[in-house]
Design a protein around this ligand. Structure first.
Ligand code: UDP
Length: 437
């Protein structure tokens, strides 16, 4: 039987599949703006929201499963044509740190299996996000035979290397990830470096890993003239301004940006501002307090502004207001924010780790520096300060690169190609139907 014969035959949707995206802790709602826009947004929220939208635009029907984390949430929320968000009752209906979710995954699994069993049109493929969602996909396959792929979004072993004893995830995470890497029908790594990490740290089979990045939405992010952005945000028109944007988490290395700012003043005589956009979710307040104390200690507290979490619709202004975007994490499986800055035509100075190694082209779209190296950061900031035309050129190159490689549409096309491969493998001879683009 052809894959999509059961799907409704009205409109283009009949050509494509029925997809379940599982994202146990990251709901797409905050990333979509609206009522939840003030909530904390991380990369996985953005990934799931954009992948779902692009799959649905291409004609697929998409159900996203995420944990119910507030009392009044409807079980099923229609997010747009072809997209449903399913709130899964698993654990208390309140926000919990993701580190505390593992004990609730059995309840999550039971609910999703029951839900999937009752569907008139079964899922063709399950795409799990993060290791705990992988556990759900694995059980769905055992119960209903649905093939699955997984994007890990972060690896426990790398996190442990970065966080050391402060990693609050249960130690069995790494064992579970290893098993999931063997059992998944396909693994999506977000960067060549993440694929290498999976091979080297977990012994994953490289033949079953496909690299597909994260992206940006051209309807959300585009270059805004600096003066316009600054005027709209009420920022000083002339100050050399550095932007750091993302969750306030220790592994993001925001301390390097603050130290770099101080060294820019001390070693290069350049007085600049640093905007820190984002909040932290779990542990974010502690991290902000730590960073504030560091800024004070280095005497740059007047130059560092913590702007808090900003809604998606405002991001192009924040990126646009900056002379340069900085991202200096110790570990980053992908890192969307450098790509978002490129989409806004701003030069990026990034730590040479994870996905940033591939997104930023050193000397062309910005600079790559070693992680935890504020001296190198200060030197590159000074170079951009001294030569505004260089920053402009790099921003323009970044814009071209973002459009060429990192639109969410292109990312979804790559995910579809992975689904098609898996479906072809598991239903040999049947037409997969996943050729929507
Ligand atoms: N983000 C946002 N508002 C903020 C801070 C961050 O919408 O105030 C978004 C940011 O634009 C990006 C995502 O959160 O799309 C962070 O993704 P990234 O891959 O950089 O990091 P992760 O959260 O996955 O570690």
């Amino acid at each position: 039987m052809k894959l999509n014969e059961q799907l409704p035959r009205s409109g283009p949707a009949h050509r494509f599949g029925h997809v379940a995206l599982i994202s146990e802790h990251a709901s797409p709602l905050p990333a979509q703006g609206g009522a939840a826009a003030a909530a904390n947004v991380g990369g996985q929220d953005v990934y799931v929201a954009n992948l779902a939208r692009e799959l649905a635009l291409a004609g697929a029907r998409v159900d996203i499963f995420t944990r119910r984390d507030a009392p009044g949430q409807n079980k099923i929320v229609h997010l747009g044509e072809g997209i449903r968000l399913i709130h899964v009752p698993a654990g208390p209906a309140q926000p919990l740190p993701k580190e505390a979710l593992l004990p609730h995954m059995d309840a999550f699994v039971r609910f999703v299996i029951r839900f999937a069993r009752r569907l008139a049109v079964p899922y063709d493929i399950v795409h799990a996000n993060f290791f705990m969602s992988g556990l759900v996909a694995q059980q769905l396959k055992l119960a209903l035979g649905i093939p699955w792929v997984i994007t890990f979004h972060a690896l426990g072993d790398m996190r442990r290397l970065a966080h050391g004893p402060f990693d609050a995830f249960p130690p069995e995470r790494i064992r579970l990830e290893k098993a999931l890497m063997r059992q998944a029908d396909r693994i999506i790594a977000e960067s060549p470096q993440e694929r290498l990490d999976m091979e080297q740290l977990y012994g994953a089979d490289p033949g079953r890993i496909t690299v597909a990045p994260r992206g940006f939405d051209p309807n959300e992010l585009w270059p805004v003239p600096r003066a316009v952005a600054r005027a709209q945000l009420g920022l000083a028109p002339e100050r050399f301004t550095v932007l750091q944007l993302g969750r306030l988490a220790p592994r993001k290395g925001i301390d390097t940006a603050i130290q770099g700012l101080a060294m820019l003043r001390d070693r290069h005589g350049v007085d600049a501002d640093l905007l820190v956009v984002g909040s932290g979710g779990d542990g974010g307040e502690e991290e902000q307090a730590r960073l504030r104390a560091l800024a004070q200690q280095l005497g740059v507290d007047d130059q560092v502004r913590f702007a808090g979490q900003q809604p998606r619709a405002a991001l192009r202004l924040w990126y646009g207001a900056a002379d340069v975007f900085v991202s200096t994490p110790w570990y980053e499986p992908f890192g969307i924010t450098p790509v978002e800055a490129m989409a806004c035509a701003r030069p990026v100075i990034g730590a040479e780790v994870g996905g940033i190694k591939s997104t930023v082209v050193d000397g062309l779209t910005g600079f790559l520096i070693p992680s935890r190296d504020p001296r190198a950061l200060a030197a590159r900031l000074a170079a951009l300060h001294a030569d505004p035309a260089l920053g402009k050129r790099m921003g323009e190159e970044g814009l071209l690169r973002a459009w060429r490689h990192y639109t969410w549409r292109a990312v979804a096309q790559q995910a579809c190609a992975v689904y098609a491969t898996v479906l072809d493998e598991t239903r040999a001879g049947a037409a997969s139907g996943f050729t929507p683009f």
